[in-house]
Design a binder for this molecule. Structure first.
Ligand code: ADP
Ligand code: ASP
Ligand code: MG
Length: 397
């Protein structure tokens, strides 16, 4: 048995859905398949626009109901396309499968996947098609898993069924850098969960971060390749199985972030603690944090994803009303440039080399953050691409 996932651009038209159906018909001769699909093309974006035409801050429960319909359209169309070529297929929503989620609307996490219905349906059908990106919470309300969440559905189903997962998308695998930003990027044959997780959470949107985390936790072998292509893609696996350990394996660019600056007179640590408590109460996932203290003032900066904008705005409103003297500024004209590599754990001089590359290219950075296997810099949005290209060229990525 296999779980296959086809992303939005792979199912963007009826012709593409029909081609996938023909491909599945061939594969169904050898194995049973659970197929997870995303919404067609830019459907999810259009649904978000519809919601925002009604409200700047739409009711989150109703927003999730709206967002989940994109995937439901695709599962029905793919099932029809399969029946049309005489392949017994059935489509299932997350509710029918029993994909249980926890957490907030629009960014909930999968906590359990029931397999009974899936296995029953696999007995009587060759292909079972499941709507990605959605789940149901303890109230049986529909929730969604955050943008790109169909990857997570696919890996969670593979984990529950104990099988491998194949992710099909519009690129032929994981590259050292987003090929749209750096066309000379090289395809990676094998990458560790650890590095892929870091890349994904730093902005390489080819895989949703939690899908990789689940893959690692449950030992799901993940293959990423191009839809309907014979070109060999990338395997995501345990690092012990990978012979080559590079200092820098990949770079990434995230241009969908918000940079927040807080300015306070004097230095009162309890204010900083309170501010971050309010932010976390509003479920905002804070990234790079820096603090700068002088005898006269305290400056705290942090970043978060633009997807958190609505939650951040609520948190900031509360903070402004409680601490009217605190100066708050938000900037979305920023980008995060990162390099990732498992070999960085033992290497020296990576930061020095990056600073030199930026200096040579006249690029200034606002903040730097490091983890054991990555270095990230916050730069002006206009410098993001240029910084990535210079770093990729210098590190031969
Ligand atoms: P899907 O709709 O199939 O889920 P996504 O748009 O979510 O596809 O992800 C695929 C895109 O990810 C590619 O088109 C590519 O531009 C982008 N991407 C970002 N970083 C990378 C990378 N390191 N390797 C490959 N693709 C990447
Ligand atoms: N349709 C959802 C999105 O656009 C989920 C996905 O494509 O993975 O984010
Ligand atoms: Mg995706």
């Amino acid at each position: 048995m296999k779980v296959l996932k086809f992303g939005g651009s792979s199912v963007a038209t009826i012709e593409k859905i029909q081609s996938i159906a023909a491909y599945l018909k061939e594969r169904a001769k050898q194995e049973k398949m659970v197929v997870v699909v995303s919404a067609m093309g830019k459907t999810t974006n259009h649904l978000i626009e519809l919601a925002h035409a009604i409200s700047a801050n739409p009711n989150q429960r109703e927003l999730d109901r709206l967002l989940s319909i994109g995937e439901q359209q695709t599962i029905a169309l793919l099932a029809m396309a399969l029946w049309e070529i005489e392949v017994p297929a059935v489509s299932l929503t997350a509710y029918q499968v029993g994909i249980r989620t926890t957490g907030y609307h629009t960014k909930s996490t999968i906590k359990q996947v029931e397999t009974e219905t899936l296995l029953d349906q696999l007995d009587s059908h060759e292909v079972v098609i499941v709507a990605g990106f959605q789940g149901i919470n303890y109230l049986n309300d529909i929730t969604t898993l955050g943008r790109g969440g169909s990857d997570t559905t696919a890996v969670a189903l593979a984990a529950a069924l104990g099988c491998d997962c194949e992710i099909y998308t519009d690129v032929a695998g994981i590259y050292t850098m987003d090929p749209r930003v750096y066309p000379q990027a090289k395809k990676i044959k094998e990458i560790s969960y650890y590095e892929m997780m870091e890349m994904a959470s730093l902005g390489s949107k080819v895989m949703e971060p939690r899908s990789v985390e689940l893959g690692q936790k449950y030992g799901v072998k993940i293959y990423v390749g191009k839809t309907l292509s014979d070109e060999e893609g990338t395997y995501i696996m345990n690092s012990e199985l990978i012979s080559e350990e590079k200092v820098i394996s990949a770079a990434s660019l995230n241009d969908k972030i918000i940079h927040v600056k807080l300015l306070q007179e004097g230095h009162e640590p309890s204010v900083v603690a309170h501010v971050f408590k309010v932010i976390s109460d509003h479920q905002v996932n804070v990234d790079v944090i820096t603090q700068h203290v002088t005898p006269l003032m305290t400056e705290v900066e942090f970043t978060c994803s633009q997807e958190e904008e609505a939650f951040l705005a609520e948190a900031m409103n509360q903070i402004k009303s409680e601490l009217p003297d605190l100066k708050v500024s938000l900037n979305t004209h920023v980008a995060k440039v990162s390099v990732v590599g498992i070999g960085m754990r033992h290497a020296v001089g990576v930061a020095a080399k990056i600073f030199q590359i930026l200096e040579e290219n006249h690029i200034e950075f606002k903040q730097v953050a490091t983890s054991e296997i990555s270095i990230s810099l916050i730069v002006d949005l206009d410098d993001g691409k240029k910084a990535c290209q210079a770093i990729c060229a210098a590190f031969d990525l």
